[in-house]
Design a binder for this molecule. Structure first.
Ligand SMILES: [Zn+2]
Length: 226
């Protein structure tokens, strides 16, 4: 059974890091929408040219274009044995298209990294960046930030877009958009919620166990269907 994993989670929930980690552990590609948009533009394909034009006009990439790009990417050889999708789908319309794209392949597993809003606000408001080189400061497991930049020794400052009002607004937008998506996936037997308010190591272990239980679920269902 292929691990076809979708990662959901609010900004600050640690989704990108966990997606990266499980993809590496399982030897499958992590596919983030930001990366595939950049790849498509760099490759200069027809789709890439359309993405470039859209972004140059300062507009959001449309659902239709995004879906076409994901379809393309998931058809590539390295994604046939599984993938971790990060940042897609964002809407129910995209989720429906993804089901269409996945027809004939192993079922999707959906993992939601759940973190309470108060924790997210605290995490995001504490996010520091180097004032000289822009590198993100890495906070240790106990939540302590370093005194200066680990790359260049420069002074650490709060990220411009990370003050509390902006953070709350971003979270509200996320919740408004994502609630219908969670409702769409929640009733599936391969939906798993993972407690994201733990240390990254604990989250990784829980995510791994959740994924294995969903894979087992798929295997038993497929076995019963034969
Ligand atoms: Zn620096």
């Amino acid at each position: 059974v292929s691990l076809n994993l979708i990662m959901l989670g609010a900004p600050g929930a640690g989704k990108g890091t966990q997606a990266e980690r499980i993809a590496r552990e399982r030897g499958i590609p992590k596919i983030s929408t930001g990366d595939i948009l950049r790849e498509a533009v760099a490759a200069g394909t027809e789709l890439g040219r359309r993405v470039k034009a859209t972004m140059e006009q300062g507009q959001l990439v449309s659902d239709e274009l995004m879906i076409a790009i994901v379809r393309d990417r998931l058809a590539r050889e390295d994604a046939r044995r599984g993938f971790v999708l990060d940042g897609f789908p964002r809407t129910v319309a995209q989720a429906l298209s993804l089901d269409e794209i996945m027809r004939g392949r192993d079922p999707l597993i959906v993992a939601d990294l759940a973190v309470a809003e108060a924790d997210l606000v605290r995490r995001l408001a504490n996010r520091l960046v180097c004032g000289s080189c822009g590198t993100n400061a890495v906070v240790d497991a106990a939540g302590n930030a370093p005194k200066s930049c680990q790359q260049c020794g420069g002074p650490l400052v709060q990220r411009k877009d990370d003050n509390e009002a902006v953070v709350r607004e971003r979270l509200q937008v996320y919740q408004r958009q994502t609630k219908p998506l969670l409702d769409f996936y929640r009733s599936r037997p391969t939906f798993r919620e993972v407690d994201g308010a733990q240390s990254p190591e604990r989250v990784a272990a829980d995510l791994s166990a959740a994924v294995d239980s969903a894979l087992k679920q798929i295997t038993s269902t497929q076995g019963a269907g034969r």
